[in-house]
Every structure is written in structure tokens, then in C-alpha cells.
Design a protein around this ligand. Structure first.
Ligand code: SAM
Length: 263
């Protein structure tokens, strides 16, 4: 069944803030100083909660998203920070010329948290991000690998069975879609899930894209239990067992989340 945070904007926002403060920000801070004078961009910012801890540190934060409702929520939830010009939230496509013109070579840190798996043509997208980085800038990616038990994001389904069933998202697209339709899932949910099906980002493909983009991995962490599962399922976050992280291919099935900082 769809989880509470899928329906309650405030719950989702609070979870974004807490997860960012406890996991995302400390991970990025291990390789990049954060504070006054540091510009941070989050692509796929949703309600903006991930960025709040960065703004509290003194960073200037810009969030972009293609979803108008979520950008409105971000502007509302963070209206004080927006008014004080510490943050701004834009309904924008980063490929727009005016976005590139304004923010070329502007950011020290770019954050993509649970977003890269929604973005098509990652081979083109990742190298394009370099346009926005200042010299020495870094990009953070946090995402669930496609082959992990819920890599299709099927937990957003309304139906009890289809939202709790692991691994069936790796079926052929037509069959997967037919199961979702038979289970009575809405067109909106099915469209979202097909978008994730089309991108299918594995650990190996991600690392290949980083290499081909002439970026270097500065820090990485694989998780057996995704830190965000603390809020979703009440599970304690757990790092992946070292030897599993070297099991090419197989590790995808056993790793619910990966964090990378590249630069
Ligand atoms: C799963 S949400 C993640 C939100 C937030 N980063 C978090 O961690 O809670 C993914 C977000 O990416 C946005 N998104 C998808 N494709 C995008 C694109 N091409 N450009 C900007 N945002 C995009 C979606 O609208 C959605 O709000």
C-alpha cells in the first residue's frame, strides 16, 4: 500500500530533512566543505527538505523540479528561507537555455537524491551536469539500484500485494504493466513506474557513465538497508557487507541504496 509519506506532504518533507541531516549532508561534507559562499543545486528537489540542512549551514541553495505541485510546496514550506534569499525553488528543466545561462559554472555541489533513476538518457545527462559546476565542484548521487527488491518503486502502488511484492518489476515491460493494470493501479502510478522501468540504472551502468563523463568517484557507500527505510518501514539503516560490494552484478539484487560523490 502507498506509504504515509506518499500522501502526507509534511511527513515527506520532515523525512527529507531528517534523512539529509543525518546521512546525505555528512556524506557530502566528507569530501567538500559546506558553509557560507558554497552554492548547492538539487535537481529533483521535490518539497525541498533535502536542501534545508545545507541552507542551515549557510550554503546558498537552488532546487529545481518538473513537478509544479512539489515546487509550490517547497516555496510554501521554506517560505522564510526563500524570503531571506537563502534558497530558491524553480519549476525548470535544467536543459532550458535560460537555466544554463544563469547557472553556468555556478555550483559547488549538485545533489541528485532518488532522482537519477527518473531521468532518461543518463549518458547525456550526467556529463551535461558538469556545465553547472565551479572548478573543484562535486556531484552527489543517491539512488536504489534497479535490480534491488523494490528497484521499480512498486511500493508507491495502492494495492497491498503489488506494493509489497519484490523483484517483479524486472519482468518484461508489457507483462509488468499488465500486472499493474490488473491490480487496478491508476494511470498516474503506472506512468511513474514505467518511467523508472525505462531508465533501469544499475551500479555497473552508473559507474560506467561516471567514467565516460570523465568524472572520478571520490566517495561511495552501498547500503543493505537504505537510510530512508527508517521512515518508510521502521528499519535501522545498515551499510552493505564489504565483500558483497565487490560481487559484480549480484550486488545489485542485495543493495537497496547507493551513495556516490563524484568530481
Ligand atoms: C523521488 S523524488 C525525490 C525528491 C527528493 N529529492 C527526495 O529525495 O525526497 C524525484 C523527483 O525528481 C523529479 N524529477 C524527475 N525528473 C526530473 C527532471 N528531469 N528534472 C527535474 N526534476 C525531475 C520528480 O518530479 C520528483 O519530484
Amino acid at each position: 500500500m502507498a506509504l504515509k509519506q506518499h500522501k502526507d506532504d509534511r511527513v515527506r518533507f520532515d523525512q527529507q530533512v531528517d534523512n539529509s541531516r543525518s546521512y546525505v549532508l555528512p556524506f557530502i561534507e566528507a569530501t567538500h566543505k559546506l558553509g557560507g559562499g558554497v552554492n548547492v543545486l538539487e535537481i529533483g528537489c521535490g518539497e525541498g527538505g533535502v536542501l534545508l540542512p545545507f541552507a542551515e549551514k549557510g550554503c546558498y541553495c537552488v532546487g529545481v523540479d518538473l513537478n509544479p505541485k512539489r515546487i509550490d510546496l517547497a516555496n510554501d514550506m521554506l517560505k522564510d528561507e526563500v524570503q531571506q534569499k537563502k534558497m530558491e525553488f524553480l519549476l525548470k528543466n535544467v536543459y532550458d537555455e535560460d537555466f544554463l545561462a544563469r547557472f553556468k559554472d555556478f555550483f559547488d555541489v549538485i545533489v541528485l537524491k532518488d532522482t537519477i533513476e527518473h531521468i532518461p538518457d543518463q549518458e547525456k545527462f550526467v556529463p551535461y551536469l558538469k556545465n553547472f559546476l565551479r572548478p573543484g565542484g562535486q556531484i552527489f548521487f543517491g539512488f536504489p539500484p534497479w535490480y534491488m527488491p523494490f528497484g521499480g518503486h512498486q511500493q508507491i502502488c495502492e494495492g497491498k500485494l503489488v506494493s509489497k511484492l519484490p523483484y517483479y518489476h524486472i519482468l518484461p515491460k508489457g507483462l509488468y504493466k499488465a500486472i499493474l493494470k490488473m491490480a487496478g493501479e491508476s494511470e498516474g502510478v503506472i506512468t511513474d513506474l514505467m518511467e523508472v522501468w525505462d531508465t533501469q540504472i544499475s551500479i555497473e551502468r552508473f559507474e560506467r557513465i561516471i567514467k565516460h563523463s570523465n568524472l572520478k568517484v571520490l566517495k561511495k557507500q552501498h547500503f543493505l538497508i537504505n537510510p530512508i527505510y527508517k521512515y518508510k518501514f521502521g528499519l535501522q539503516p545498515r551499510k552493505q557487507w564489504g565483500p558483497v560490494t565487490y560481487l559484480y552484478g549480484l550486488r545489485n539484487f542485495l543493495t537497496t541504496c547507493v551513495y556516490y560523490t563524484v568530481g
